[in-house]
Ligand binder design. Sequence first.
Ligand code: GDP
Length: 379
Amino acid sequence: MSDKKRPDWVPEGAGAEFTTTVMKGVEGGHDGFRGNRSSSGPRSGPKRRRFSRDEYVAGVRAGDRNILAQTITLVESNSTAHMALAQEVIKELLPDTGGSIRIGITGVPGVGKSTFIEALGLSLIAKGHRVAVLAVDPSSTVTRGSILGDKTRMELLSRDKRAFIRPSPSSGTLGGVTRKSRETILVCEAAGFDVILVETVGVGQSETTVRSMVDFFLLLMLTGAGDELQGIKKGIMELADSLLINKADGDNKVRAQAAKAEYNRALHYLAPATEGWHTQAYTASAMTGDGIDNILEVIDKFRETTGKSGVFEQRRRSQTLDWVYSMVEEHLLASFFNHAGVKEIRSEVEFQVVEGHLPPTVAVQRLIQQFENAPPLEN
Ligand code: GDP
């Protein structure tokens, strides 16, 4: 590879082991394998072989990148048969999971997430880690993948076999995207990746979703107007284990230091995101590499502190249980709205409610009784 592209701070050898390109994202409503069935015609790729459960499991465990990618495709598939097979594979892999630190990274578009993740990832692999980069982007249902969709992002990292980059699954509901991302984390762990970076865009609900699946949550910010401490950011700041004022280079360096001090004052008044951990602001520049190793030390310290106190393990356990119950909720909601009896009376009940003829509580009783197949309430 050309050394011209390598910034000064990039560790020797990073990105040099050319093995892979960024995997293409999966698009809406598919079965995960479409387009690979046909082997005829010049446009179709090589026919993809279906693997058995044991082949998927052995391939992932051996760190076979092709099988790893195909296992994730299986996990992302919406077809019932693929989902069943994916669950069998995950069940087998479960004993090999959990051995990573899961780091969520968020920030508004343009804050420098991908540049930062590349810098962080390269530094991690230079220290002997194996890094998987995943994305959670619920908005991509509409925008068809606003993050990690561009192959030129994280160019050095994507060429290194110690890293694995997977764009966001772009199909389905937020719940669907969450399941796919969580299961992808497990599969990457079973494949031996010991640092999982989960990127998300700073658009409301996606931060909460990512917070619910990671150990450490990092919020990237920019220096800017005085509205910094207002509005939605406070809510997001309360989810973060560290704030990083990015692009602290050149003319911006002094302003970044001032913003750091200001955020640190504000953080004093917020509840910490993690029990026993003091969320603080730092500065960094992905461009010069300043502050990158410092944030890695902060993350190490976090792991050590929360590991000792038991908060790390406790969070993982409650995240898993929360996930179980959120899937139960989704399942129940889907059964409710797909229930023939509910469908039959729904529009009439809605009409009665909005016209003021039926109190909402009674409307709920009617719908639920219909769902449970009980006789309807008397008026
Ligand atoms: P994302 O949308 O959050 O993923 O942001 P990108 O990583 O694509 O970066 C957005 C723009 O900011 C690009 O033009 C980058 O070159 C620039 N950028 C990223 N990191 C830095 C940095 O540390 N310093 C400076 N000066 N610019 C940066």
